[in-house]
Design a protein around this ligand. Structure first.
Ligand code: AMP
Length: 450
């Protein structure tokens, strides 16, 4: 008898119906007699979670745990250090939050209302999002949490910490800032979560992470989540984790299978009109658009507004208030198009996003995977469209190599690219969609190859 579980694409397992559909395909193709009992998706109540957490999960409407949850939750409950690779949209937040809440809520009260769990994230939006999740999952527990990040007044954050909290979600900069002012202490931290660790390194947080490690007690449980397992991540993990269990739920850099990907070949100067036409023709109401620069995001946003499309830009030069408003508007539908740079968009949780458009391809191929991971989430279908001009052909090749896929290309009538166009000479410029570039790795940074 063969255990077919290994053959099932990991990200298909969210929704039961999709799960069983994939099983049928597998069965047909392989003609192997399957032992159905080993194919049943695991239930949340088989993971060792306490009733109040199961109740919260049920209220969120989740039926089955995702693969990362199935694997990580029991390990974390056994107090193992965990090194997990998980693509965006795989349910990793619940994967670490649920067991963390259980561990803390079962403890005696000796360290009552002292920070016992620290969740570090690279961006403000991701921090806010994780906080929302923590609040939802802990709604039937007696635990308190808060979130801190830069760009906003520290006073309300400090008063919340002073009132006593068990769980702190933080971006590295504001955390160190408050610690330097002696406004918080990390001496009682028992569980550390580093979320989106690869992006933290990309954003130059290595030194901040090192400083934070020195503020934590040496005896603690460590959980590190990263979309990729690069050499740098392995090095970071080695310095932080203690005999970690590895959890890998999907092959590195493969794109989620529920995403339909294609490319429109188009001249650079016609991209704005093409994107506007696509949005209007398709009557698309929730589209995340990526540009390579903040300036590009602003420009495109202005053009869309001029064309009567409700759009907002989100990037590092926007105030925190503007970023929060843009995201809230996008989520409630009052903003139809969100134009974002890679860093700003990282970690945004916008459930069931139907369309992602790359107005420009990223020059770092891994960013393509992160970008399109914003659609086709949790088993839903999504479309990822890239507008590619002649200067970007090399980026496309690099991306196709990384995802091991030939992305089909189309030409839109009326937007045929100039057959005589020649690529522009290589420009040497830094990826400039965020300010914190001190100390970050130079891997792939300046290579605007043509
Ligand atoms: P994350 O990867 O943590 O950002 O989660 C991605 C999305 O999946 C979020 O909108 C979650 O609310 C949702 N989600 C998390 N776990 C499950 C689950 N077991 N079943 C269905 N949806 C889930």
């Amino acid at each position: 008898m063969v255990n077919l579980t290994n053959f099932i694409p990991e990200n298909f397992m969210f929704a039961k119906n999709i799960f069983f559909k994939s099983l049928l395909i597998v069965k047909k193709k392989t003609k192997i007699k399957a032992d159905i009992s080993v194919l049943m998706p695991m239930k949340f109540n088989e993971l060792g979670l306490m009733p109040s957490l199961l109740k919260a999960v049920n209220e969120k409407g989740y039926t089955d745990p995702s693969p990362i949850q199935e694997k990580a939750i029991p390990l974390i409950l056994r107090r193992k250090d965990v090194l997990a690779s998980a693509q965006t949209g795989t349910g990793k937040t619940a994967g670490f939050t649920l067991p963390l809440l259980q561990i803390l809520s079962k403890q005696s009260n000796s360290n009552h209302r002292k920070i016992k769990a620290l969740i570090l994230t690279p961006t403000r939006e991701l921090a806010a999002q994780i906080y929302d999740n923590v609040i939802e999952y802990s709604r039937h527990l007696e635990l308190r949490s808060t979130v801190i990040f830069g760009g906003v007044n520290q006073k309300p954050q400090v008063s919340k910490i002073r009132s006593g909290i068990d769980i702190l979600i933080a971006t590295p900069g504001r955390l160190l800032d408050l610690e330097n002012q002696r406004l918080l202490s990390l001496r009682n931290v028992e569980i550390l979560v580093l979320d989106e660790a690869d992006r933290m390194l990309d954003m130059g947080f290595q030194r901040d992470i090192n400083k934070i490690m020195n503020l934590l007690p040496s005896k603690r449980q460590n959980l590190l989540f990263s979309a990729t397992f690069s050499k740098e991540i392995k090095r970071l993990a080695k310095g932080i984790l203690n005999d970690p269990a590895m959890v890998e739920t999907s092959p590195q850099n493969t794109t989620v299978e529920a995403i339909v990907q294609y490319v429109y070949n188009v001249d650079k100067n016609k991209k704005s009109s093409l994107i506007i036409q696509l949005i209007k023709e398709g009557n698309w109401k929730q589209v995340l658009v990526f540009t390579r620069t903040k300036h590009g995001a602003n420009n495109l946003c202005k053009k869309m507004i001029k064309a009567d499309i409700s759009a907002a830009a989100i990037h590092g030069n926007k105030s925190q208030g503007a970023r929060t408003r843009a995201l809230a508007g996008f989520k409630d539908g009052s903003v139809e198009i969100l134009v974002a740079t890679d860093i700003a968009a990282r970690g945004l949780d916008i459930p069931l996003l139907p369309h992602v458009i790359n107005f420009e391809l990223p020059n770092i191929p891994e960013d393509y995977v992160h970008r399109i991971g914003r659609t086709g989430r949790a088993g839903a279908k999504g479309e990822a469209i890239s507008l590619v001009c002649i200067d970007e052909k090399q980026y496309l090749k690099d991306i196709e190599k990384l995802v091991n896929l030939r992305i089909p290309s189309k030409i839109k009538q009326g937007f045929e690219p100039d057959p005589n166009a020649v690529p522009e000479p290589a420009k040497q410029k830094n990826r400039n969609n965020f300010n914190r570039n001190k100390g970050r790795s130079n891997r792939n940074r300046n290579n605007y190859r043509k």
